[in-house]
Write a protein that binds this ligand. Structure first.
Ligand SMILES: [Zn+2]
Length: 421
């Protein structure tokens, strides 16, 4: 049983929280921004200090590797991302990178015997918050292994042309060239040189805290669908047109959204989550009755049969007229539940038991680079409790003790994977 260092973890958290510090407790660290380059430099500095070899692939993913006793074996990799959303917190993504570094530092400091080379990794542009889409570079790297309907979104050439949401002009490809982190394609993580992958991440929800558990043994990423529901009415003047004659698309959408909630809630599925987070209103002027309204509906659950029932309710909206408005329902995209490698999950569970850290099985409701990686090589995740379940916001917090426990669980799970050739 080996343990990671709480003091060293605290030092890393304090250091990395400075890169992109927005001045009120959180960070804005877009991929390949000056703040993200600072984080990459610090990663390189700390990993070089323990004798790791640094490699960078053609989409800027960084790999720091220490040798094992058998150079003929494939690498075991741990990693996550250093980029954040706008006004994000100090833990999403970066905790997985700090944990991977902590595992390597512990292995070197305590001279822990291991056969496989061990790699700490930074995935480029996970959030996609400056250059969409999210999980861009794991999508590119795992391209050949992804299901066909997902793969279409991640063509290398298309991704290089992804435009900045800030100026709608500069591209991801330009940012990559300018960053100095455009390396060589031969260094990409692949099944030829990598045995398996672990990603430690904050939970981003309240389940572990509510249950009083520090660590989540993650078994899958939930399946989901993302649909658009659109309403077509007629714009008229807000001051001159009588209420009974109006075909207000916004009001129609609000009726349909309430209907969707009521019908889905009647299904009584306690662990289902569904969200309307994005809307478009036209002409969106206070003197006009809207003639067009469009909202997203995102639903997530492990079981496809549950998602089918929810989708039937969403689709049924198109069969009705809402406040005199026509309704259309269109699929944006969906994905099936991605299950982690059973062996790796069992190593994580055993490691948590042996260490004596409180833990439970948990699903991931959020997408992560690990989910694309899982199509390519055996992969799993470890969750660390999130205080108040908050994430993608500045108050996001995880106790350093829990962060260190997460790294310790990963270290011991990696050592179990190391014993199997
Ligand atoms: Zn993340």
């Amino acid at each position: 049983m080996y343990k990671c260092s709480l003091e060293r973890m605290k030092d890393k958290i304090a250091t990395f929280s400075q890169f992109g510090d927005a001045g009120h407790g959180g960070i804005t660290r877009y991929s390949l921004s000056p703040a993200a380059l600072q984080a990459r430099n610090e990663f390189e500095r700390r990993m070089t200090a323990i004798g790791a070899t640094i490699e960078v692939d053609d989409v800027g993913c960084m790999y720091a590797t220490i040798n094992g006793s058998d150079p003929s074996l494939k690498r075991i990799v741990m990693g996550s991302h250093v980029d954040s959303v706008k006004n994000g917190g100090n833990y999403d993504g970066i905790l997985g990178v700090m944990s991977a570094m902590e595992v390597l530092e512990t292995v070197v400091e305590q001279n822990i015997p291991h056969k496989h080379p061990l790699t700490a990794m930074i995935w480029t542009n996970e959030e996609g918050s400056l250059y969409p889409p999210a999980m861009m570079c794991s999508g590119i790297i795992c391209y050949d292994y992804l299901p066909e309907d997902i793969r279409g979104k991640f063509k290398f050439e298309d991704m290089m042309k992804s435009k900045s949401i800030l100026d709608n002009k500069s591209t991801f490809g330009e940012a990559l060239e300018k960053s100095g982190y455009k390396g060589d394609k031969k260094y990409r993580i692949s099944p030829d040189n990598y045995k398996c992958m672990f990603e430690t991440h904050i939970e981003q929800g309240p389940i572990l805290e509510d249950a009083g558990n520090d660590i989540g043994v993650v078994d899958c990423v939930l399946g989901m669908f993302n649909y658009r529901v659109r309403f077509y009415g007629q714009t008229v003047h807000a001051g001159t047109f009588p209420m009974p004659k109006r075909r207000d698309a916004f009001y129609a959408a609000s009726l349909a959204l309430c209907y969707i909630h009521e019908e889905i809630d009647k299904l009584g599925i306690s662990d289902l989550v569904y969200t309307t987070g994005e809307v478009v209103c036209h002409p969106c002027v206070h003197t006009c009755v809207p003639d067009f309204f469009d909202f997203s509906i995102d639903a997530r659950h492990e079981k496809p049969e549950v998602l089918e029932k929810v989708l039937a309710i969403v689709k049924s909206c198109a069969e009705k007229e809402w406040n005199g408005c026509r309704c259309e329902v269109e699929k944006a995209w969906n994905r099936d539940t991605v299950y982690w490698d059973k062996e790796l999950v069992s190593y994580v569970k055993e490691a948590a038991e042996e260490i004596g850290v409180s833990h439970q099985y948990i699903h991931s409701g959020a997408g992560h680079d690990a989910q694309f990686c899982a199509y390519m090589i055996p992969t799993t995740m470890i969750f660390v409790q999130s205080k108040d379940g908050l994430s993608h916001c500045e108050p996001e917090f995880s106790y350093p003790e829990h962060c260190t426990s997460g790294a310790t669980v990963m270290l011991n799970a990696v050592l179990k994977a190391d014993k199997v050739d």
